[in-house]
Design a binder for this molecule. Sequence first.
Ligand SMILES: Cc1cc2nc3c(=O)[nH]c(=O)nc-3n(C[C@H](O)[C@H](O)[C@H](O)COP(=O)(O)O)c2cc1C
Length: 287
Amino acid sequence: MPSNRPETSAGAAKLLEEILAERFGASIAVDPHLPGLDELTRIASHRVHRRFLERAVAPDLLRLLCACALSAPSKSDLQQADILIVSEKKTQRAIATLITDMPWIADAPAFLVFLANGRRLPDIAKARGKPFPNDHLDLFFNAAVDSAIVLTTFLRAAAAVGLGCCPISAIRDHARTVSDMLALPERVIPVAGLCVGWPAQSGYITPRLGLEVTLHQDRYAADDVMPRIEDYDRRREAHWPYARQRSPARWGNTGAYGWSEDKARQYAEPLRADFGAFVRAKGYCLD
Ligand SMILES: Cc1cc2nc3c(=O)[nH]c(=O)nc-3n(C[C@H](O)[C@H](O)[C@H](O)COP(=O)(O)O)c2cc1C
């Protein structure tokens, strides 16, 4: 969130409008009398942080943020998300060693892993002498969604105290190894790691797809979205062009290189194709 806090509510509304215009390339009106403009501005100002000061995050603060994150809503109050704090630096370094292109994992003052826990519920059913006829895809899905909500809530809590974060789904490229390192039992799987620290840079707002692509009213707008996605490509490239084109040996170097070209190239490679096998081996039924 920008540090130069506006003094008036009109100033706060204008700041939020500017941030949203940068994000979506469109003007979104903000009523200056709306309560909670500070919080909305913090949410809209979200940015990932990958560079951190060499300053520890106090364990008590981390615990407080985890408690706030675990206050997130939970499907049917089932509470299927856990957080694992990796406080042993050797474990953090071992995880970082697996993912050599992300040096921010080793550098992060704190590292957490957000877990989907599909174990507790069947264990409770057993302890209570009840059948558990819900061992199917929904168990996995609910636990993964709960975990993602807790992760997001942690991001909000961390931003509120001035910390920066970078989620790390790349730990799932090594799901079995990470799972063994962290002694994760059956049906407890890593959803994402999280680097946490005091930001060394202010970071920047990444433009998002226009709301005409991602916001629907009453029915899904299934028009051909490519022209609008290409508008987004141009808007994004004007502010934050990609420093490098992905896989030039396979696809060559193109003149205009937008988000859609980058994502199409990214997903032209098989990624994490063994994850389903890992999840099944962890005891989930995905049918
Ligand atoms: C679930 C999830 C997993 C992510 N995994 C990684 C990752 O493995 N490595 C990384 O550097 N960034 C990762 N990110 C950060 C995204 O790259 C980043 O959020 C995205 O580029 C948009 O930037 P922004 O968050 O600043 O808007 C992840 C983000 C999310 C939400």
